[in-house]
Design a protein around this ligand. Structure first.
Ligand code: GNR
Ligand code: NI
Length: 178
């Protein structure tokens, strides 16, 4: 199965607010597996459905290999995720985004959280997260609300990034490939 295409700035779909998932069936599970394959291939530690053009509230994650490449995979699928608790303590971490290739910046977010979601079998779950997992979950849930990590930067920096990608898209529009 070929990986899905990841949309990038300035694609306006990245600003959509994704809709809740109403039915968890085999088609959805197959799509989740395709998202995971796309994330591993990228490579990335998380991927929201809207990043492959589907405005539904689902994300996949695997932070297991980020610090230890020899660790085994730990794929996770979060459907209709909702952060129900944030820590008062926050941390600053460098973030990147597959939809904003090769741009990295420091973002401050709550250090820990509790997230409520449905797993791939439709079972309600809650999970406490800290470290890079907590950062990644917030980054992905933001995607479901049309929000990008550059929105936390100064307007000057954000506009510079958007301009760079807009200019690039004008010079080599995807639709004229081949
Ligand atoms: O692969 C990714 N790495 C990353 C690093 C720091 C904070 C967040 C992330 S998520 C990103 C993949 C992505 O764009 N997910 O939406
Ligand atoms: Ni992202």
């Amino acid at each position: 199965m070929p990986p899905l295409e990841i949309i990038t700035l300035p694609d306006r779909k990245l600003r959509l607010v994704s809709d809740p998932i109403e039915r968890i069936d085999d088609d959805l599970r197959r799509f989740a597996d395709q998202m995971l394959e796309t994330m591993y291939e990228a490579p990335g530690i998380g991927l929201a459905a809207i990043q492959v053009g589907v405005p539904r509230r689902m994300l996949v994650l695997d932070v297991a290999q980020r610090e230890d490449e020899t660790a085994s995979r730990d794929p996770m699928v979060l459907i209709n995720p909702e952060v129900v608790r944030f820590s008062d303590e926050s941390i600053v971490r460098e973030e990147g985004c597959l939809s904003i290739p090769e741009y990295y910046a420091e973002v401050e977010r709550p250090a820990e959280l509790r997230v409520r979601f449905l797993d791939r079998d439709g079972k309600p779950r809650e999970m406490d997260a800290k470290g890079v997992l907590a950062t990644c979950i917030q980054h992905e849930v933001d995607h479901l609300d049309g929000k990008l990590f550059i929105d936390y930067l100064s307007k000057l920096k954000r506009d510079m990034v958007i301009r760079k990608f807009t200019k690039q898209a004008r010079l080599s529009p995807k639709s004229t490939a081949l």
